[in-house]
Design a binder for this molecule. Structure first.
Ligand code: HEC
Length: 140
């Protein structure tokens, strides 16, 4: 092998090793984002004056549909995630029912945001506001 060839081979090996490292890192990142958020995390994100539900409603009201859609998609994902968790309190059957209700209303908001239907988003947000106490009594 000439020196030049050796160098090329050396670079090729280094580049290959580097790419393996990058792939491994990407896989790790993907895995991390796929982790199901806990109920507590979801409750910190979704409800409340500064929560995503209120933000989605405010965006829809202001006809900022790009924002509303993006937040709606997040709400839907949180809706799907909640049912994968197990609450500290209450039985499984009741939790499944409440989690399903939560997921449905999140989907309702997301779909309304997709359709630029601000009344639909507001109706979903209002419905969600009426669900807190019932679920908390059984599971919080
Ligand atoms: C489907 C059931 C369900 C619904 C609906 C629900 N929650 Fe919760 N929430 C829970 C559970 C379960 C916890 C306890 C989580 C834990 O500590 O593990 C909780 C905890 C909380 C907490 C405490 C979070 C923390 O930091 O510990 C807040 C605040 C909260 N919910 C607000 C709300 C509000 C406001 C609504 C309605 C707009 C609502 N939740 C609707 C199930 C629900």
């Amino acid at each position: 092998m000439t020196t030049a060839r050796r160098l090329v081979a050396c670079f090729a090996i280094a580049a290959f090793a580097l790419s393996l490292g990058v792939v491994a890192q990407e896989k790790k990142d993907k895995k991390d984002t796929k982790k199901t958020p806990t109920t507590k995390e979801i409750m910190k994100k979704v409800p409340g004056k500064e929560g995503l539900c209120a933000k989605c409603n405010a965006a829809a009201k202001g006809e900022k549909w790009e924002d509303a859609k993006k937040i709606g998609a997040e709400l839907k994902a949180y809706g799907e995630a909640l049912g994968k968790n197990t609450p500290k309190k209450g039985d499984k059957e009741s939790w499944e029912k409440h989690a399903k209700g939560f997921s449905e209303v999140m989907t309702e908001i997301a779909d309304a945001a997709d359709k630029k239907d601000k009344d639909g988003v507001a109706a979903g947000a209002k419905k969600f506001g009426g669900m807190c106490a019932d679920c908390h009594k059984a599971h919080k």
